[in-house]
Design a binder for this molecule. Structure first.
Ligand code: GDP
Length: 300
C-alpha cells in the first residue's frame, strides 16, 4: 500500500507518474482541505477535485485546476448578468461542485468524495484530510485576508507576515492509511498551506514515524517552482531552500529528494536524514513524472 499526501499542483504532477506504476487499489491519497470554501454558491474543494480529475485523466494539467475539456457558458453568462466570479469555474467542473455542495448537506465530506470518485470510476482511495472546515488567514502588509483574496484578488503580491490556521481532526481512516502503508510519499506541495495542515492533525506525525516516508522538495534553489510557498516559508521563519523544507519533515523522513542543481545541499541534509537523492524533480512531461515515481518507489 502506498499513501500520498497531496496539495493541488506539485503532488498531482507526481501522481500522474505514480498512477502509471502503482495498482489503483494499492493507492491512497490524503488531500489538503485548508483552502476549501464556498464560491458562487458552490462548495469548492479545489485540491480534492484536482486529485480526482488527475486520477481519472480529466485534469486540466496546464492550470492544475478544473477539467481539461471544459466550457465556460455559465461563467460567461454570469459575467454578462453583472456577477463577477472570484473563481472562474468551468461548466462540467461546476456540475461536480454542485453535486458535492448537495452531498455535504447530507453526508460528511469524505462520504461525498467517496460517492464522486466512485462515479468517476476511480479505484484508488481519496481521503480529504478532515471533515471539519478549517479556516486560513494570511496576515500581510495590506492587512489580514482570506487565502483566496491573497491568491486571486491580490495575485500573491502583498508581503506575508504570517499564515494562520488551527489544527483539525483527521477524517476517518487517515491515520490507519498512513500506519498501514509500506511507503508514504509527501509530494512536492506547499509545505505551509498544503502539507503542514495534514501533519499537525492529532496522530499524523506519530503514524508517519512508524512507516517509510519519502518527500520531494517543492523548492529548487531559493524559490518555489510555482505559487506562494517561498513567501509562506519565509513568514514562518524557515529558510527558503530544500533544506528549509527538510527541516519541517526531518523528524519522520527516511528519504528526501532534491533537484540536481541543489547537489551542494546533499552532504548537509545527510546529517539530518539517512537517505538523500539528487534527481531531476522538475516535472514537465510524463517521462519526468514516471522516472521520478520509479526512483521513489525503488526503496533500498
Ligand atoms: P496548491 O494546493 O495549488 O498550492 O498546490 P501544491 O501545494 O500541491 O503545490 C504547490 C507547490 O508545488 C509549490 O510549492 C511548487 O514549488 C511545487 N511544484 C509545482 N510544480 C513542481 C514541479 O514540477 N516540481 C517540484 N519539485 N515542485 C513543483
Amino acid at each position: 500500500m502506498i499513501t500520498v499526501l497531496s496539495g493541488g499542483t506539485g503532488t498531482p504532477k507526481l501522481l500522474q507518474g505514480i498512477k502509471e506504476i502503482v495498482k489503483p487499489e494499492d493507492l491512497t491519497v490524503i488531500v489538503n482541505t485548508l483552502e476549501n470554501n464556498y464560491f458562487s454558491g458552490v462548495y469548492v474543494s479545489a485540491d480534492i477535485d484536482t486529485v480526482m480529475y488527475t486520477l481519472c485523466n480529466l485534469i486540466n494539467d496546464e492550470l492544475w485546476y478544473g477539467r481539461k475539456d471544459d466550457t465556460f457558458y455559465t461563467h460567461d453568462t454570469l459575467e454578462k448578468l453583472g456577477y463577477h466570479e472570484k473563481l472562474r469555474i468551468g461548466d462540467k467542473d461546476r456540475a461536480l461542485k454542485i453535486q458535492k455542495t448537495e452531498l455535504i448537506k447530507k453526508y460528511t465530506l469524505q462520504e461525498a468524495v467517496q460517492i464522486q470518485k466512485n462515479a468517476l470510476g476511480i479505484k484508488s482511495n481519496i481521503l480529504p484530510m478532515s471533515n471539519e472546515q478549517p479556516t486560513v488567514k494570511i496576515d500581510t502588509n495590506e492587512g489580514l485576508m482570506s487565502f483566496h483574496d491573497f491568491l486571486i484578488t491580490h495575485q500573491s503580491k502583498p508581503e506575508v507576515k504570517d499564515v494562520i490556521y488551527k489544527e483539525v481532526e483527521p477524517a476517518n481512516g487517515v491515520i490507519e492509511a498512513i500506519e498501514e502503508s509500506d511507503h508514504v510519499i509527501i509530494g512536492p506541495s506547499n509545505p505551509i498551506t498544503s502539507i503542514n495542515p495534514i501533519l499537525i492533525m492529532p496522530g499524523v506525525k506519530s503514524a508517519l514515524k512508524k512507516t517509510y516516508v519519502t518527500s520531494v522538495s517543492p523548492i529548487i534553489g531559493d524559490s518555489a517552482v510555482s505559487g506562494p510557498a517561498s513567501k509562506f516559508m519565509k513568514a514562518k521563519g524557515y529558510d527558503v531552500d530544500c533544506m528549509g523544507v527538510c527541516s519541517i519533515y526531518k523528524d519522520f523522513l527516511n528519504h528526501y529528494i532534491i533537484n540536481t542543481t541543489d547537489y551542494k545541499y546533499k552532504n548537509i541534509i545527510e546529517k539530518m536524514i539517512s537517505k538523500v537523492s539528487v534527481e531531476n524533480i522538475i516535472l514537465k512531461n510524463m517521462e519526468d513524472k514516471i522516472q521520478l515515481a520509479e526512483k521513489i518507489l525503488r526503496i533500498d
